[in-house]
Design a binder for this molecule. Structure first.
Ligand code: TRP
Length: 322
């Protein structure tokens, strides 16, 4: 597999974003994309097997069960771009369905180099596939994929696993509009969305009994220690999941158990935490089925089909660019 990597000043950027997030007035925050280093990605893989967290399995079930239907609805020669491919495991069914029909190009776009390498290892045995990975942020990668498009080829963008839910609602629509701008009319976007469920179920899913989700969230502080020379004492922070009824999301925080100061050497800053003060790390918004039609329309798409899992309410939505 060809991997297009870009030279970045990744360490510097990480330090700058940590500094900005922890010194801002009001709610402290850390960007959720930093949850997924090698340790974080491995912990998330474990989360996806937990009985309490049915989201990933619902996504996989739908892709497995409906891959032929999905392929049937996207006609002609297609190039498939996946935003945040991860290991690529759940994409296999879909790629096989397309490759049975004709030779298909698959362009995973991923910020994690090791995920891209795994993705290639996982999928390169599929007949009639060609894989070119892009180690890029979503929209930068998609722009490059679009530049690779051959004439007459349709583009199908995969945005699975409910990552859209990690944007707040207005930012989610803005992101879909940005994707739409890179596409041509008739291109498609397969969008995964987690559907609303009870607060009890959601809190269980985002604060499991084994403490894997807590470890996943706390690993963000451990990563800041490892990579930026900080001295976070992990035993003095607790994982916290709470429901935000107003915006219909689950919020993940790291709560300081006492008044303390933490020094982050590479960010040249000392941060003070009050007892009970939190760092917001991620929100996961949940959707009503009908709402996805409106979001699609607002972003210049038409939602053509929804496939919904009955065991764990989750939808794959096929959006067509208008
Ligand atoms: N983006 C996933 C989701 O919204 C990831 C996730 C699961 C997550 N559990 C978490 C992110 C806990 C932060 C903390 O479902």
């Amino acid at each position: 597999m060809l991997v297009h990597a870009i030279p970045t000043n990744a360490g510097y950027e990480f330090a700058a974003e940590v500094r900005a997030g922890l010194t801002r007035a009001g709610q402290k925050e850390l960007p959720s994309k930093y949850l997924y280093d090698d340790v974080g990605s491995a912990l998330f893989e474990v989360i996806s097997h937990l009985p309490e967290y049915g989201l990933t399995r619902a996504d996989e079930r739908l892709l497995r069960r409906y891959s032929d239907d999905i392929a049937d609805r996207v006609a002609g020669p297609v190039a498939i771009a996946e935003l945040g491919s991860g290991s690529g495991r759940k994409t296999r069914w879909l790629l096989e369905a397309f490759c049975r029909r004709q030779r298909t190009s698959y362009y995973p776009v991923e910020i994690s180099h090791s995920a891209l390498v795994m993705c290639e290892r996982e999928l390169s045995d599929i007949d009639a596939i060609s894989i070119v990975g892009f180690e890029r942020e979503y929209l930068d990668g998609l722009l490059e994929v679009a530049a690779y498009r051959k004439s007459g080829q349709r583009l199908l963008v995969l945005f699975l696993g409910s990552t859209i839910g990690n944007f707040d609602r207005p930012a989610g629509v803005k992101f879909l509009s940005d994707v739409r701008c890179i596409l041509q009319p008739g291109d498609s976007l397969l969008l995964g969305t987690d559907i609303e469920k009870s607060s009890i179920e959601l809190l269980r899913a985002y604060d499991d009994q084994l403490g894997v989700t807590a470890a996943f969230n706390l690993n963000l502080l451990a990563r800041v220690n490892r990579e930026l020379g900080a001295d976070f004492d992990l035993s003095q922070f607790a994982h916290l999941a709470r429901i935000n009824e107003e915006v219909r999301s689950v919020e993940m925080h790291l709560e300081s158990r006492r008044h303390q100061a933490v020094s982050i050497s590479a960010a040249e800053v000392v941060v003070e935490f009050q007892e009970g003060e939190t760092i917001w790390t991620e929100s996961s918004h949940k959707y009503a089925l009908g709402e996805i039609y409106e979001m699609a329309r607002a972003a210049g798409f038409r939602c053509e089909v929804q496939w919904v899992d009955q065991q764990w309410p989750f939808a794959e939505n096929l959006l067509i660019a208008e």
